[in-house]
Design a protein around this ligand. Structure first.
Ligand code: AMP
Length: 357
């Protein structure tokens, strides 16, 4: 990982009255640029091959400039251009995934958040260790496929966004579908309603929902993902029946919808998020800024967290002009704007370096 001292040195050379906020053109970039502009920053879109014409359709979210690269090698070679513009990058899921977490970790450019979290998020075993040692329940792991006696979810390592997952009902089912040449994990299939909780941890805020770490936890919004084709599969009858016709469920995210959870679930949601934040400080120096707990709630009203995303998620996109939760903290503010507000305030209060890595 790029040494923190190197990032601090780069920031020492920055004119903090003229910061540019940059991100990769995809995922939640509309929201990030819109929020950055709202807080008075210049904006810069970075793109390898992604079409950017769609920004013309959204003038309030169109970046001031766009840099086009041949590939990520070209991007790394031209990093000086970003430093010349006093650039801070905002990582999002696609940025880290397309570039690869290892490569992203080495980028010599200030990035919002703690890059040490990448090693914990991208490794399923470490992620499980972090979440479960916080006391937060996760789906049970099945280590021996012969012991499958309830529906399970099989996830190939490196599978992302639900592509490369399958459901097995029992061992013969598993055997029929598994590709043994790839590493995989098997976990309990959690039947229930999915909620993706978008939190923001501000280590400097001294009011609101206070955490042991001294900062404050905010719930900005909640979404549910639309996943193709599982969400529409019921229309064809049972999964068994569909399989007989060669149709298998997949979990590829195609969109997001806004949801709220019953109010009595909120205390538990905050307790889980707080425990995970507290543990992050113990394990790797902390996680601050936006993160998402991907959960399933059973009919007993128990949460299980099946994954954590440690940066802005695309599920925050329905909330560019606020959410039922954000409106009770900062009316009309998106997570993208909340991020930019954090950077603006840190510059004003003289601790920008502390939220960058
Ligand atoms: P992920 O890549 O972990 O975010 O998972 C993609 C999708 O697969 C989720 O949004 C859920 O719909 C589904 N999923 C993942 N893990 C489980 C699980 N243990 N039980 C039920 N559904 C799951």
């Amino acid at each position: 990982m790029v040494p923190k001292s190197k990032i601090d040195e780069i920031l020492d050379g920055y004119d903090t009255s003229d910061i540019t906020i940059a991100t990769l053109c995809s995922h939640s970039s509309l929201q990030i640029f819109h929020g950055a502009r709202k807080m008075g920053f210049k904006t810069l879109g970075l793109t390898i091959s992604h079409s950017t014409k769609y920004y013309d359709a959204f003038p309030l979210a169109k970046p001031d400039e766009i840099f086009r690269y041949k590939d990520f090698d070209d991007f790394e070679e031209r990093i000086g251009e970003l430093q010349d513009r006093n650039t801070i990058i905002i990582p999002h899921g696609s940025f880290v995934e397309y570039m690869g977490p290892r490569r992203f970790a080495e980028l010599p450019i200030p990035s919002y958040g703690n890059r040490a979290v990448l090693g914990w998020e991208s490794d399923r075993d470490r992620q499980r260790q972090w979440i479960t040692s916080s006391g937060v329940p996760m789906p049970k792991l099945i280590t021996d496929a012969r012991e499958i006696n309830e529906p399970v979810m099989v996830k190939y390592h490196g599978a992302k966004g639900g592509r490369g997952y399958f459901i097995a009902m029992d061992y013969p089912d598993f055997k029929m579908a598994i590709d043994q040449s790839q590493p995989y994990t098997i976990q309990e299939y959690c039947l229930g309603t999915r909620y993706y909780l978008h939190f923001f941890y501000d280590p400097y805020k001294t009011d609101g929902y206070r955490c042991e770490q001294g900062g404050s936890l905010e719930l900005m919004s909640i979404d549910r993902r639309d996943e193709s084709n599982i969400d529409e599969m019921y229309k064809l009858g049972s999964i068994e029946e569909s399989r007989r016709h060669g149709l298998y469920p997949s979990f590829v995210v195609t969109g997001n919808t806004s949801v709220v959870i019953r109010e009595s679930l909120l205390p538990k949601a905050f307790e889980m998020a707080e425990a995970i934040v507290n543990k992050s400080y113990e394990l790797f120096g902390g996680m601050w800024g936006p993160f998402c707990l991907e959960t399933v709630v059973s009919d007993k009203l128990d949460f299980k967290v099946f994954e954590i995303s440690t940066r802005i998620v695309a599920g925050t996109n329905p909330f560019i002009s606020g959410s039922p939760y954000a409106d009770l903290i900062y009316p009309g503010l998106s997570t993208g704007a909340r991020l930019a507000m954090e950077i603006r305030d840190s510059i004003q209060q003289g601790h920008l370096k502390d939220i960058m890595s």
